[in-house]
Design a binder for this molecule. Sequence first.
Ligand code: MN3
Length: 199
Amino acid sequence: MAFELKNLSYKFGALEPYIDAQTMEIHHGKHHAAYTNNLNAAIQGSGIENKSIEEILSNISTHPVAVRNNGGGFYNHNLFWEVMAPGGAKQPEGDLSKAIVASFGSYQNFKEAFTKAALTRFGSGWAWLVKQGDGLAISSTPNQDNPLMDLAEVKGTPVLGVDVWEHAYYLKYQNRRPDYVEAFFNVVNWDEVARRFKG
Ligand code: MN3
């Protein structure tokens, strides 16, 4: 069973004006599609075709770099599309909100720390909110690495991630990564983040 590129659950333009339709269309239809196709090519005949993506990532140090790059790209973008939704900003609620306050002191502190992780990632990569037991941590990873990987510095289950590759924002924001990350907070789907936190 090959890995498949899922359609978005909303239209490419649904996250306007924060993330533009053309960026979404290229990001999903070209970049994510390429990671998916290249992952399938990389695992063909390797004996791991029937493993889940999570299982593959948990042993990623034993696989070729093409599996690391494209398996990460496949997983990370699946998460990214789902932790965004149209309809305006909502803040985290319930157990997730309590965990954010317990781990970072306040929602505002969390937002500042997450933003800093996104802005200080040199070159291409991701910033993450990571579940570790009942608690939460913030990290960033280079390229298409993520916290599920056995070689990640900060390991755990990613519950929120922001793509800071230039392809995620350059058409609308050019070099202004801070503006893009600030805009991202307007489209976070906190219900989905809470679902992932609950596990
Ligand atoms: Mn991307």
